[in-house]
Design a protein around this ligand. Structure first.
Ligand SMILES: Nc1ncnc2c1ncn2[C@@H]1O[C@H](COP(=O)(O)OP(=O)(O)O)[C@@H](O)[C@H]1O
Ligand SMILES: [Mg+2]
Length: 258
């Protein structure tokens, strides 16, 4: 299997607290991987470690390897800022810059990277907004503030902002949890589109969503309070939901806890 992301024996800590124990998993290119599991089992922590957002939290630390196309993103020679450009992230609550225009929200990263040409920025904004299925809804109001859009539109704006810098991988942490069902379906459709160009890892507490959007599913669990989260099983989504190997996975997906 071709591996875009290859995680090897990853351990994640918050100070002395060992939050995630010994995770190894691989993500092929142009694939959607879903992380599921009970609250507190480390899904967000693992996701943030995939683009070095974990270490931004004071006291947080990672041990182990995360390879992107064979290169260790934790190597001492690697600039975490460039890692986060290559591996973009979309958060639970849409977080556009509320007073900044729709256009400037999309190209904020490019401007930071030094792009000054207005024509180039306009082109990228249009391309990214089209890519995020938002162009038709905002093309006549590009100079209006991003904060004026609906929640679902704001989340697609954040996706446009993430893809404007042409990442290889998109990480999404419960991107629909603050959205209504219609907006949720719009994001799920978009994920299917984006999969043609990007590798996607999505955390979701919604098992139907994992089943709808993902190709492979990773089930995380924890033995108890204060215990580290562990990856229990990673397999084709169809198999996880029909015939998982581990009893804990089966109990979780069939709604029996503990
Ligand atoms: N910023 C943080 N500081 C300290 N502990 C944290 C922090 N974020 C998460 N944790 C702890 O790490 C564990 C995993 O949390 P998290 O990754 O958020 O789980 P999930 O996303 O699966 O709900 C939990 O015990 C949580 O309390
Ligand atoms: Mg979480």
């Amino acid at each position: 299997m071709a591996k875009r992301i290859d995680v090897k024996d990853l351990n994640l800590f918050y100070g002395k607290f060992h939050a995630v124990d010994g995770v190894s998993l691989a993500v092929p290119p142009r694939n959607v991987t879903a992380f599921i599991g009970p609250s507190g089992c480390g899904k967000s922590t693992v996701l943030r470690s995939l683009n070095r957002m974990h270490e931004v939290i004071p006291g947080a630390r990672a041990e182990g390897k995360v390879l992107l196309d064979g290169e260790d993103i934790y190597a001492s020679t690697v600039d975490p800022v460039s890692v986060r450009r290559t591996i973009g992230m979309v958060f639970q609550r849409p977080n556009p810059f509320p007073t900044m225009s729709i256009r400037d929200n999309v190209v904020a990263g490019l401007k930071l990277a030094g792009e000054r040409s207005g024509k180039k920025l306009d082109e990228v904004a249009e391309q990214a907004l089209r890519g995020a299925n938002l162009w038709a809804e905002v093309k006549d109001r590009l100079n209006r503030p991003g904060g004026g859009l609906s929640g679902g539109q704001q989340q697609r704006l954040c996706i446009a902002r993430a893809i404007a810098v042409q990442p290889d991988v998109l990480l999404m942490d419960e991107p629909c949890s603050a959205l209504d069902p219609i907006s949720t379906l719009a994001i799920e459709d978009l994920i299917q589109e984006l999969k043609k160009d990007y590798t996607i890892v999505i955390v979701t507490h919604n098992m139907q969503q994992a089943a709808r959007v993902s190709d492979q599913t990773a089930f995380f669990n924890l033995a108890g309070v204060g215990q580290p989260g562990r990856l229990i099983e990673l397999d084709d989504t169809e198999r996880i939901f029909s015939n998982p190997t581990q009893k804990a996975t089966e109990d979780y997906i069939s709604g029996r806890f503990g």
